[in-house]
Design a protein around this ligand. Structure first.
Ligand code: SAM
Length: 206
């Protein structure tokens, strides 16, 4: 029995695809953060936007458990957390054209060439995300690694389903960030240049 039945989304007991209305009890738009880490971004965003539903997906058990505690402490009714691998969850459990927004904040960069295949932001992920987003839905990407930002943008730029809304660095124009992650706060304190890109799913594609 879960200690956090109101927050945990135990997909292992559920038939795909998810029905958001059953899960959240309303028909509000759903936004997803992939790899929420210490969960600050999601909690702050959910507190600002109580009429939006948020799902956090995290593959680390340790961060997932910490996230559950924090969301409970924040007393938010519009947040659910799921422990699992994001690409698999999106592909197998999430209904096509049912997600308003996807956030991928500071994904593991896997800097060694031999580990490059492990990077989350690749062509397969871009295609899965495009299927799951509603028309006009967006994916927002943030990273501190310039090469990874350009590699990811290459993928999304060549994917016909998307239109690029912006690419910015914090060194040029302050990006429109509604919330910040723990990694982001740390990097900003260190004076690092951060890279932000946002893509919108074009109308006419599912
Ligand atoms: C570098 S940390 C960034 C954490 C947080 N987004 C932040 O900016 O503070 C990357 C996080 O993504 C999680 N993660 C990496 N790959 C993932 C995947 N495929 N599915 C779900 N979570 C993932 C890791 O466990 C880790 O918590």
């Amino acid at each position: 029995m879960s200690q956090y039945p109101e927050i945990e989304l135990n997909y292992r007991n559920m038939e795909p695809p998810f029905c958001w209305k059953d899960i959240f009890g309303n028909s509000a738009p759903v936004e997803i953060e992939v790899g929420f880490g210490k969960c600050g971004f999601l909690i702050h965003l959910a507190a600002q936007f109580p009429t939006i539903n948020f799902l956090g997906i995290e593959k680390s058990r340790k961060y997932y458990q910490k996230g559950l505690k924090k969301v409970q402490h924040a007393n938010l009714r519009n947040v659910k957390l799921l422990w699992g691998e994001a690409a698999h969850i999106l592909q197998r459990y999430i209904k096509d054209a049912s997600v308003a927004m996807l956030y991928v904040n500071f994904p593991d960069p896997w800097p060694k060439k031999k580990h490059a295949k492990r990077r989350l932001l690749n062509a397969d992920f871009a295609a899965i995300a495009a299927r799951k987003l509603v028309f006009d839905g967006c994916i927002e990407i943030a990273t501190d690694i310039e090469a990874y930002a350009h590699e990811a943008m290459n993928v999304f730029d060549t994917c016909a389903e998307y239109e690029k809304l912006y690419y910015r660095t914090n060194g040029h124009a302050e990006p429109l960030r509604l919330s910040r992650t723990e990694y982001e706060e740390d990097f900003l304190r260190q004076g690092k240049t951060l890279h932000y890109a946002k893509y919108q799913k074009r109308c006419g594609n599912v």
